[in-house]
Design a protein around this ligand. Structure first.
Ligand code: GDP
Length: 429
């Protein structure tokens, strides 16, 4: 059985916590896209962790963690992450890395920085982890695949070829020092040494696991609105954030994905630039940011304050639909307990017309939120384990959102810990 955990919105919905929780019953957890540009925050018996590359199932001894071919693999970051969790008492995890994964090279990170510098105020708000230059090279067919590390002749020829291409841009566009082929070769040798113990033919491994009836979890990064095809292009990430891509980025048949858990946060947050219709500002935003998540809404990778907003039914309905949602996990509901009234964005007004369909970017830029206010519940709901024990207004909030988005909310998360979860039967499921 293959299940996916993905985000409906701009990322930071709490996927890490849900994956960590679901991983208890899983055998294998696979990262299938993205790189070290976003982070998952996980709180469990070992402490609080911000993971950037490792799958969120890494904390269980019975699981195998896999970096799929769709990932932008930064080898030094992966190795440091493994070291840092082991140093904090987590048992050495079983990790496999696809021999078809491609590697983020040091020049990808530099190109990311140089491009943001060049764009100045018009920048995309990149985390400067090299992700966009990495995926550009992958599709331009000039990337380095893990399998190539073990072919010395190929490497020797390729470093010269790559340096030649990259140095034109470095010299003429960015006016920066050129890449030396011999240094590139050294970098690749160091990666070979670091990654060798983990390299695996992942699709074969997963095919056998499927035959053996193992439970496989696909863990997505970011959310639908950051998808390069279906998101708020061009303010998107460079790899698909959709569950469908899980089949490609892990190397399994698409029809094996039976359950798609889409994570939605009870309010909205976003990092980086781009349209954010239900965004709030000033004291109202500061208050929500301070109370949000577990210790405030600040980026797990960059520490940047996140942009804040109310729950957006239009974006979330769209986000859930594109994911192919079978279950919604509705997270961070406890945070809203301080509000007398909870605003929710139920429509977009574009050129005088109200719609509940999420538009393409040019129209989205013009959208104004249509807000409905629901009564708050004014108390702390952490520790509650049954849906019927939640305050009435809180239940109504969940039911209202479910009706608006049209997908069953079967899990409600009311705290950052593994056990802070309420399972619920939904009329929609
Ligand atoms: P991800 O990238 O989707 O995994 O999300 P992040 O890790 O960036 O953000 C989620 C934040 O919310 C983390 O700090 C989590 O510990 C925290 N979190 C997750 N679920 C809940 C919840 O139900 N309540 C509270 N208060 N915090 C939560």
């Amino acid at each position: 059985m293959v299940e996916a955990v993905v985000g409906a919105n701009w990322g930071d919905e709490g996927k890490g916590k849900i994956t960590d929780m679901m991983a208890e019953k899983a055998d294998i957890i696979v990262r299938f896209q993205g790189g070290a540009n976003a982070g998952h925050t996980i709180v469990n018996d070992y402490g609080k962790f911000a993971l950037h590359t490792l799958p969120s199932g890494i904390f269980y001894q019975h699981t195998t963690s896999i970096i799929g071919n769709g990932v932008a693999l930064n080898i030094p970051i992966l190795i440091n992450e493994i070291k840092s969790i082991v140093e904090r008492g987590v048992p050495t995890p079983k990790i496999l890395v696809s021999d078809r994964a491609q590697m983020v090279m040091s020049y990808h990170i530099l190109f990311d920085q140089y491009e943001e510098e060049r764009l100045g105020g018009k920048s995309f708000g990149s985390t400067k982890s090299g992700i966009a230059p990495f995926y550009s090279d992958k599709y331009a067919k000039i990337g380095f695949q893990v399998s190539e590390l073990f072919d010395e002749e190929l490497l020797k020829e390729k470093v010269v070829r790559i340096a030649e291409v990259k140095n034109v841009t470095l010299e003429h566009l960015y006016h920066k020092p050129p890449i030396k082929p011999e240094e590139l070769l050294e970098e690749l040798h160091s990666y070979r040494e670091m990654i060798a113990p983990y390299v695996c033919d992942v699709p074969s491994y997963l095919a056998q696991a499927i035959k053996d009836n193992k439970t496989i979890l696909l863990e997505g990064q970011l959310g639908t609105l950051k998808d390069p095809d279906h998101g708020i292009y061009p303010m998107v990430t460079s790899s698909s954030t959709l569950a469908a891509y899980g089949a490609i980025g892990a190397g399994i048949p698409p029809y094996e994905i039976k359950k798609i858990v889409t994570v939605c946060k009870a309010y909205s947050s976003a990092v980086g630039a781009g349209a954010f219709v239900s965004e709030i500002f000033g004291d109202e935003a500061d208050e929500l940011r301070k109370r949000g998540g577990d210790g405030g809404e600040f980026g797990a990778t960059t520490g940047r304050p996140r942009r804040m907003g109310w729950f957006d039914c239009v974006a979330s309905k769209y986000g859930c639909r594109l994911q192919g949602t079978t279950d919604v996990a509705f997270t961070v509901l406890d945070v809203l307990g301080y509000l007398d009234e909870i605003p929710v964005c139920v429509g977009y007004e574009i050129d005088g017309e109200v719609t509940t369909d999420f538009p393409t970017t040019a129209k989205l830029e013009k959208a104004k939120p249509v807000i409905k206010k629901l009564p708050g519940w004014k108390c702390d709901i952490r520790g509650i384990r049954k849906f019927e024990n939640l305050p009435e207004n809180c239940r109504k909030y969940v039911e209202f959102v479910e009706e608006q988005i049209g997908f069953p909310i079967t899990m409600v998360s009311n705290g950052p810990g593994r056990s802070d979860i309420i399972y619920r039967g939904s009329a929609l499921s």
